[in-house]
Design a protein around this ligand. Structure first.
Ligand SMILES: Cc1cc2nc3c(=O)[nH]c(=O)nc-3n(C[C@H](O)[C@H](O)[C@H](O)COP(=O)(O)O)c2cc1C
Length: 219
């Protein structure tokens, strides 16, 4: 993967990022979009399951349908692409061969690790019970954070979106009949058409603690 422009460093991208509500119609060059996708799926996941399904919405009719599923928020109509992050809580119960063989090929996991994971992953997943969905959503959210920061670093803007009706988003992506698929988050990506001020953050000690809740972190 070759990056075509000088990317922002991670701390700068983190601090500069804002949730953009108005986008220019300008398209994202195909190579840049490909870079974004590759950086998104470079995210870690539990057992490297990669239990996300990431659907790129670029078609105008699909964008309109997605906007309707997202309380008519116009970001997804304006932005050239929206990423729908879905998550499959049952992936740990599926055939894991491709994941094992990938790690074997890189040398990351040896035979012993592979043998252990092959039995531990389904067992762990079964044991999660009704938290399977939650665990898959964690992985999808981490991937979305990679997308958002990668986009910022590469000159694009984003907006995390929770404002949607899950069944409607599932219908748009063709998953209406899949009970195992959960929607994690929707992220429009494009070129900002507005400056957006930082709404600020609470003082550290209100949300960050030392050892136990109630002992504010003071740095
Ligand atoms: C998980 C999540 C869901 C959000 N959902 C929406 C949304 O549906 N629509 C929207 O306009 N902004 C949404 N936001 C943006 C937040 O309002 C925004 O992140 C927050 O106000 C802080 O502003 P900043 O992102 O510019 O730092 C969401 C943010 C997060 C992290």
């Amino acid at each position: 993967m070759s990056l075509s422009l000088q990317p922002l460093d991670v701390p700068t991208a983190i601090l500069q990022r804002r949730s953009i509500k108005t986008f220019k119609p300008d398209p994202i060059p195909a190579e840049l979009l490909r870079q974004l996708v590759e950086l998104t799926v470079a995210a870690p996941s539990s057992f490297n399951l990669q239990d996300w399904r990431i659907i790129l919405i670029q078609d105008e009719a699909q964008k309109a349908a997605l906007a309707e599923a997202c309380w008519n928020q116009q970001q997804v109509v304006q932005a050239p692409v929206s990423f729908v992050f879905a998550a499959n809580g049952k992936d740990g119960l599926q055939d894991l061969t491709a994941i094992m063989e990938s790690a074997r090929a890189t040398g990351a996991w040896n035979d012993k690790t592979i043998a252990y994971f092959t039995q531990a992953i389904p067992q762990f997943t079964e044991g999660l019970g009704d938290k399977q969905r939650e665990y898959a959503i964690k992985d999808a959210m981490i991937a979305s954070a990679h997308l958002v920061l990668a986009a910022e670093s590469l000159g694009l803007s984003t907006c995390y979106m929770n404002g949607w009706v899950e069944d409607k988003v599932k219908a748009v992506i063709g998953a209406a009949d899949d009970p195992d698929l959960a929607i994690a988050v929707v992220v429009p990506v494009g070129y900002a058409a507005e400056p957006r001020p930082n709404p600020g953050r609470l003082p550290l000690g209100e949300r960050v603690f030392q050892e136990r809740l109630g002992v504010p972190y003071e740095g």
